[in-house]
Design a protein around this ligand. Structure first.
Ligand SMILES: [Fe+2]
Ligand SMILES: [Fe+2]
Length: 277
């Protein structure tokens, strides 16, 4: 009962089934992601409690059949999904949304206003769906039953300008979208070697994240929270024992525009357009 993440290390898992990360009689959180053999493997998560079923970053269109199968194994009928959280607009995060809306047009989509502008281009009518706007001021929450609150925290420029993350007050899992994501030759559900994992996170963050300034701002914001696991959209889940190391690693990582050299082609193109400064 309670958080299972530590127990899932190094045990053989049946990835055709949902894998419970948190379990109590009235509250369940499961990994329901994709089992594709690809370095960019996508994680999706489901929170199920009290008639509320919240799917987090359900994945691309090609992930839909397998994510739906795992969701069905946990809650019976996928029509019971009540909310979908999309931490940003990328196709690997939310390309399957039109399929989920076909199953249940009443689903509430939880996202930021700038993500909301983009995702209807996957092919649905923005005026005929339910939205819950996540404020960039970090004051949007939803209560699940009496014992849990989901808090939505902005993560500017990591990597979308209005990206955000979700913190669950009951399990103390931080669902982090692309932040803390890793590119891995060999995937495992839960990190067992943090030094190896830092390198795998580095490959992702140097190319996708805006800057160290953006990472530092975000890490300082989430540091006061008690975080018992970090569940990203790519790569392995970071268990409590490695959370502090992972936070410090990102806080000190140069990435994105930090790595543009003076002689970089971007600068010469900018000089051409705007004149040399
Ligand atoms: Fe992304
Ligand atoms: Fe992603």
């Amino acid at each position: 009962m309670g958080l299972n993440v530590e127990k899932l290390k190094k045990i053989r898992l049946n990835l055709n089934e949902p894998i419970l990360l948190y379990e109590s009689p009235d509250y369940k959180i499961a990994w329901v992601g994709s089992a594709e053999n690809f370095i960019f493997r996508c994680n999706a998560y489901l929170i199920s409690a009290d008639g509320t079923n919240i799917l987090i970053d359900p994945g691309g269109i090609q992930h839909f059949p397998q994510v739906k199968q795992r969701v069905s194994a946990l809650i019976g009928n996928p029509e019971k999904i009540t909310h979908i959280i999309t931490h940003h607009q990328d196709p690997d995060v939310i390309g399957s949304l039109p399929e989920w809306l076909k199953i249940n047009p009443e689903i509430t989509i939880i996202t930021t206003p700038r993500t909301k502008v983009l995702i209807p281009y996957y092919g649905f009518d923005r005026d005929n769906v339910n939205w819950l706007d996540v404020s960039p001021l970090d004051d949007t929450i939803i209560d699940i039953g009496e014992k849990s609150t989901l808090m939505f925290l902005s993560a500017p420029f990591l990597h979308f300008p209005e990206a955000f993350v979700t913190y669950d007050s009951r399990s103390k899992i931080l669902f982090s979208g692309d932040i803390f994501a890793a590119i891995q030759q060999k995937w495992e559900l839960v990190v067992t070697d943090i030094e190896k994992h830092k390198k795998e996170m580095m490959y992702f963050h140097v190319y996708y994240m805006a800057s160290q300034k953006a990472l530092k701002y975000f890490v300082n914001k989430i540091k006061p929270f008690e975080i018992k696991a970090i569940a990203p959209q790519h790569g392995s889940i970071i268990p409590e024992e490695f959370v502090e190391k992972a936070l410090n690693f990102l806080c000190n990582l140069k990435c994105g525009i930090d790595l543009l050299y003076e002689e970089s082609p971007v600068k010469s193109i900018m000089d051409e357009i705007f004149g040399e400064s």
